[in-house]
Design a protein around this ligand. Structure first.
Ligand SMILES: Cc1cc2nc3c(=O)[nH]c(=O)nc-3n(C[C@H](O)[C@H](O)[C@H](O)COP(=O)(O)O)c2cc1C
Length: 165
């Protein structure tokens, strides 16, 4: 059976809450990267990686501690989709910068990265997570645009479900 898991890192609960919402919608297993779920990676065909942004465009702290273990695991052949939370008002020059950090770590590991999204409807000055005019995953802003989160998640899931195994 094809299996999907969400690996998330969350400092104050926003990313955790989004990860739970996504897992309920698609019946995916849920892992907090603070618990270093390295052995669990092998069980899954599809991986959704969720992080919040800290510092100036940095990875969430638990992800920072886990990312090299994760990217050194055998993730070749897996389908990966990334989402990140940020605050486009207070951190308008580094909006969802954490997403790009994950992308850079996994992009040359033989996995298929899916779920790029367009930047329409967001209000920020700069984001490091845009490549060829698209976010490298799903950007969410619970601080300023929480009312758009549900629709953004649903649209994104429709998109990535087509590309998942
Ligand atoms: C110290 C600190 C630094 C942050 N830096 C950024 C940033 O550079 N870019 C951004 O988009 N959001 C930034 N944020 C906003 C958080 O990513 C956002 O509030 C997120 O929803 C927190 O999710 P969490 O509770 O899962 O950690 C920062 C928040 C804090 C507290």
């Amino acid at each position: 059976m094809v299996k999907t898991a969400i690996f998330y890192g969350s400092s104050t609960g926003n990313t955790e809450s989004v990860a739970k919402r996504i897992s309920e919608k698609i019946n995916a297993d849920l892992y907090d990267v603070a618990k270093k779920p390295i052995n669990e990676i092998a069980e899954y065909d599809n991986l959704i990686l969720g992080t919040s942004t800290t510092g100036i465009g940095d990875l969430q702290t638990d992800w920072e501690d886990f990312i090299s273990d994760f990217s050194n695991a055998d993730i070749s052949g897996k389908v990966i989709a990334i989402f990140a939370l940020g605050d486009s008002d207070s951190f308008s020059d580094s909006f969802v910068g954490s997403m790009e950090k994950i992308y850079q770590e996994v992009k040359n590991k033989g996995c298929k990265i899916v779920g790029f999204t367009n930047t329409d409807g967001y209000e920020y000055d700069e984001s490091p997570s845009i490549i060829n005019g698209q976010f490298v995953g799903l950007a969410l802003d619970e601080d300023n645009q929480a009312e758009l989160t549900e629709e953004r998640i649903n649209n994104w899931l429709d998109q990535i479900k087509q590309e998942f195994k």
